[in-house]
Design a protein. Structure first.
Length: 235
C-alpha cells in the first residue's frame, strides 16, 4: 500500500492581506527603479484590458533572496514551496519607535515578549510591528531620510542561534535600521536561506502568537527578491 504524507491543517477565523497595494506613488528606496503601469490593450477596441508593469525586485511589499547580498547564492526561484507557508509571531515596538526612529530591537525586548507570551518556537517568522505602516501614504515620512527602526544585529543572532527562527519581517522598508548600511540582519538571515519580508502592512491586526503566513512570490529566475503577496491566517 502506498504511503501518503501526513496532511497539515491551518486553523483560522479570518485572513488578512499583509501586502500594500502597488501603484506608481508608493515609497521607494533611493535609487530604486520607478513603478510603471502601462495600458497595452483595452476592451475598446481590443476586446480585453491588459497592462504591462515594471518595478524593482525589492519594491512594494517584498521578500529578499540570498543572492541579493551573497554572490553565487540562491535566487528567489530556489525557495521551496513549503518554506513559504510558516507560523509567525508579532512583536510590538510602536511606542519605542515613536520616540526613536532609529530604534533597534534588543535582546531585552525579546525576553520581555517571551515573559508574556512564551518561548518563540523554532521555524517561526518573527514580525516586528513598528507603526511605520501608518506612514505609507506619505513616502517622504515613510523613508524619513533613511531613519526608521529595525532588528538589532544581536537580537537577530540570538533569534537565529537560540530560537532557530525561520526568518523576520517588518512594516518598514528594511529589517535593518535605515542607518545600518551593513545590512546585518538581512545578511544573517539570508546566509541561512531564511525569510526576509519588508514593507508589510496590517501588522496591527495580528495577535502576538498563532498566525500562519502564506507568502506568494514571483518565481523570477535568479531573482534577488520578489514583490510578495503575503496573507495572514488569523486563529
Amino acid at each position: 500500500m502506498a504511503a501518503y504524507p501526513t496532511q497539515k491543517a491551518i486553523a483560522y477565523s479570518r485572513i488578512i492581506h499583509l501586502s500594500h497595494i502597488i501603484h506608481p506613488q508608493i515609497p521607494q528606496w533611493p535609487g530604486d527603479p520607478a513603478v510603471e503601469l502601462e495600458k497595452v490593450a483595452d476592451i475598446d477596441p481590443d476586446g480585453y484590458y491588459l497592462r504591462r508593469f515594471s518595478l524593482g525586485e525589492h519594491s512594494a511589499t517584498h521578500i529578499n533572496a540570498p543572492n541579493s547580498f551573497f554572490p553565487n547564492s540562491p535566487g528567489i526561484d530556489a525557495y521551496p514551496a513549503e518554506s513559504l507557508v510558516v507560523p509567525a509571531i508579532a512583536i510590538d515596538i510602536v511606542n519605542l519607535a515613536a520616540t526613536n526612529p532609529d530604534y533597534l530591537l534588543t535582546l531585552d525586548d525579546v525576553f520581555s515578549w517571551e515573559e508574556t507570551y512564551g518561548r518563540i518556537p523554532p521555524e517561526t517568522v518573527v514580525l516586528l510591528y513598528t507603526g511605520w505602516q501608518q506612514k505609507w501614504a506619505k513616502p517622504d515620512d515613510f523613508i524619513n531620510q533613511q531613519h526608521f527602526p529595525g532588528f538589532g544585529a544581536e537580537a537577530t543572532k540570538f533569534l537565529l542561534d537560540e530560537r532557530q527562527i525561520a526568518g523576520v519581517g517588518i512594516d518598514t522598508h528594511g529589517v535593518d535600521s535605515g542607518q545600518d548600511m551593513t545590512f546585518a540582519t538581512n545578511k544573517q538571515v539570508l546566509s541561512q536561506g531564511g525569510i526576509v519580508l519588508e514593507n508589510l502592512t496590517n501588522l496591527d491586526q495580528l495577535p502576538p502568537v498563532g498566525t500562519t503566513l502564506a507568502i506568494g512570490i514571483l518565481r523570477l529566475q535568479n531573482g534577488s527578491g520578489s514583490p510578495a503577496g503575503v496573507m495572514a491566517f488569523i486563529p
